[in-house]
Design a protein around this ligand. Structure first.
Ligand SMILES: [Zn+2]
Length: 72
């Protein structure tokens, strides 16, 4: 099967998982992780992950968000 290119040929239009670099497909479980030192995702850590990929990042974010020295 080739990719469905009816959506403009640009490939997947939705979010990409920053962890495994795979597209997050409709119907897949997701987990949004927000790092306080990267609130807009410019550093590529804040974002929507696959639920299973994001778990470790969610706990990492929780630790970092509690740490005022993180990211400096
Ligand atoms: Zn993933």
């Amino acid at each position: 099967m080739l990719l469905d290119e009816t959506n403009g040929g640009g490939g997947h239009q939705g979010p990409w998982c920053p962890s495994c670099k795979q597209p997050i497909l409709e119907g897949q479980k997701t987990l949004q992780v927000i790092f306080n030192d990267d609130p807009h995702g410019f550093r590529g850590s804040t974002g929507v992950y696959h639920a299973q990929c994001g778990k470790v990042f969610a706990s990492l974010a929780r630790v970092m968000n509690l740490n005022p020295w993180a990211g400096r």
